[in-house]
Design a protein around this ligand. Sequence first.
Ligand code: SAH
Ligand code: SF4
Length: 339
Amino acid sequence: MENIFDFTMSELEDRLITKGYKKFNARQVFEWIYKKKVSRFEDMSNLSKKLREYLINNYDFSTLEVDSHQVSNDGTEKFLFRLEDSNLIETVLMRHDYGNSVCVTTQLGCNIGCSFCASGLQKKKRDLGTHEIVMQVLKVEQLSKERVSHVVVMGIGEPFDNYLATMRFVDIINNPYGLEIGARHITISTSGLVPKIREFAEEEKQVNLAISLHAPNDEIRSRLMKINNTYSIREVIQAARDYVEKTNRRITFEYILLDGINDDLKHANQLSDLLRGINCYVNLIRYNYVEEFSYRGSSEERSNAFYLQLKRRGINATLRREKGGDIDAACGQLRSKKV
Ligand code: SAH
Ligand code: SF4
């Protein structure tokens, strides 16, 4: 048995054509699953009986069970889902004035092990399959009975360390016969795996790319992110430049403001020198406290000063408000609950 949520439209088309069915049958299946949210092939009434039988005999629907569910004061919801092998993953639904966005998890744990991040406290146990990532969005739509218009791949895990599943996930949720989430409404965040940034630039997808930079020089970045010993800032920035040139798309750099570590005005100056001439913007993130670490987020005052300094030096920046902090649903607060 294969999982129906693992298939992109073109893969399903190829499969059905090989079996003697029509290309448009794949669209019909997609509409049943993703638009009508039907989870039994028996109920797909416009398919021939023969096709329904073929589907029943060869594919199944994965399930995600809700283990627990929390709602924040600001309307953010955190779901703890149980996978079929009983591992638990976290998915977050955020409500914005422009629509609902879902933050998905791509791995159980994370091997990148950044020194400030709760998700990295646990070594990667395994990658999630495409269907397990797709199901997070579908399940949140089913449970909330609201449309999800935006997706951020910023939950637990490094998406570029689970590259193929992430790309297929994007393809599936973007499909017009499926969840129809616009590519420009999808953002993938990476810790900076340079070969994968280069591969991603070749994908010809309109998906947004965000790179977790968090430091203006190698000395600080290596302390925060040991991945910097493998791909230095210079290499990451060059890959980002090439990405922008190749895709004509703006790139985002994420930068957590950590008190006394990377939030000095001289760091803002270094950062602006580093990014000069790149079509980019810097997303300044407030650090969400993680009790296992000694890091503290920068004060309001220092954050604003940093932000203004970037602006003054001609760098686009935003100082983001966090959602869901009261239920540990904010960025970097997610963690796989069970070993
Ligand atoms: N592994 C990918 C995507 C998941 S993390 C990456 O690192 O980019 C998504 C974002 O949350 C990253 O920018 C990450 O650095 C940031 N983050 C991690 N821990 C955080 C925390 N405690 N507070 C705020 N942001 C955090
Ligand atoms: Fe992994 Fe991203 Fe957390 Fe680093 S910040 S440990 S890459 S999830």
